[in-house]
Design a binder for this molecule. Structure first.
Ligand SMILES: [Mn+2]
Length: 382
């Protein structure tokens, strides 16, 4: 009789990712994100050891590029040291098993015996009861389903069959998913797999009773798709349904937030939703889109608020192209009180409020300039 198995399923580590988009804002912030990916792998090793799993399976895109440095390859091996059981690493579209690749370089460096590079579609038998059936990508893009090869793979009687692949089950993924490297939605059934461990989609996602995307363990983009987990998969015996448990491991948390601002009170609501993200603040990356229309005084208070939160979060990126700043009623009343300006301001306001007016924007700009000048001459107001 063969016993049950327990594995950790992970994918899409993309070690060495440059975060170019963030590096253009701030190189240090990108470097910290890059370093965190290795620390999170260390955390996965720790969980694997605590849970005493039979193996850790990584379903492709272990490395972000083929050009990842030798030092980064060595650091990756170091990060695996916390779990001395088997690690099974599969090539994906970012790190395909080409003639020269991170995989061949790792082989030449000399691998610890517990690290297996699955560069060939050949089953690996572990502990006499777990057969891992890999479908590695040997090129960046395949138009055909490379997992078809799993259907015909033989494994010993009674061994639990676990497939490992990287690609896109298109029928179950949102529109923006990759059209290449297709995987049949019923591959687990066709290949008589007890579990199919997938990579490529960066959020944790169940495709079928025996098929899951683990998602990336360390979130890497502004997208709310449940990234930042590893999956603990237990299977009692060959043929039994897998039990799958999400374990959160991600450090950084990426958010998108929209806020409409019309008055001073809306700043309070905005601040409350920033507070709501929770401590520690420096784990958050936030893309904030602001829209609405505020007066200049509220605009200044908003800048102060954003400066404060910029210093707390790992990254705060603010889009204000939909936010209109203009003098408010009270601010314009100050201007009107100057008497001879009253008529001019009245005319500008009329032009600005005319929905069909050709000079609407010019009038608004003129009002803003007028008010800014006025403030400069009235130090008591600032
Ligand atoms: Mn991929």
């Amino acid at each position: 009789m063969v016993g049950g198995i327990k594995i950790l399923h992970s994918a899409d580590w993309q070690i060495g990712k440059a975060f170019r988009d963030i590096a253009t804002d701030d190189g240090d912030k990108a470097a910290l994100l890059r370093a965190q990916r290795l620390r999170t792998v260390g955390r996965i090793a720790q969980i694997a050891a605590e849970q005493a799993v039979d193996a850790v399976l990584v379903a492709g895109d272990v490395f972000d590029t083929l050009a990842v440095s030798d030092e980064t390859l060595r650091r990756t091996l170091e990060a695996l040291a916390g779990f001395c059981g088997p690690w099974l690493l599969l090539p994906g579209n970012h790190d395909p098993a080409l003639a020269e690749s991170p995989w061949t370089r790792l082989q030449r460096m000399g691998l610890p015996p517990h690290v297996h590079l699955l560069t060939e579609p050949r089953p690996v038998l572990l502990h006499h009861r777990l057969a891992v059936l890999p479908a590695p990508l040997c090129r960046r893009h395949e138009a055909v389903d490379v997992t078809e090869i799993l259907d015909a793979m033989d494994t010993p009687e009674g061994a639990v069959r676990v497939g490992l692949a990287h690609g896109s089950v298109r029928s179950h993924l949102p529109q923006e998913s990759e059209a290449l490297n297709p995987i049949a939605p019923d591959r687990a059934e066709r290949a008589r797999l007890d579990y199919l461990a997938l990579g490529d989609w960066h959020g944790t996602l169940q495709i079928g009773p025996r098929t899951w995307y683990a998602g990336t363990p360390e979130p890497d983009r502004f997208k709310d798709n449940d990234a930042g987990n590893v999956l603990l998969v237990s299977i009692d015996r060959a043929g039994a349904p897998p039990q799958v448990q999400r374990i959160p491991v991600g450090h950084f948390r990426w958010h998108q937030l929209q806020a409409q601002l019309h008055c001073r009170d809306d700043l309070g609501a905005l601040e409350a939703s920033l507070q709501n993200l929770g401590q520690p603040w420096d784990r958050h990356l936030l893309q904030l889109s602001l829209s609405g229309s505020i007066d200049l005084e509220t605009g200044q208070a908003l800048e102060q608020l954003l400066d404060q939160w910029r210093a707390r979060f790992h990254l705060l990126r603010v889009q204000t192209d939909q936010l209109l700043q203009q003098p408010g009623e009270a601010e314009l009343d100050h201007l009107c009180a100057l008497g001879f300006l009253r008529d001019a301001v009245g005319e500008l306001r009329r032009m600005q409020q005319d929905p069909d007016g050709a000079q609407r924007q010019e009038a608004q700009l003129a009002l803003q300039i007028l008010y800014a000048q006025y403030r400069r001459l009235q130090p008591g107001l600032s």
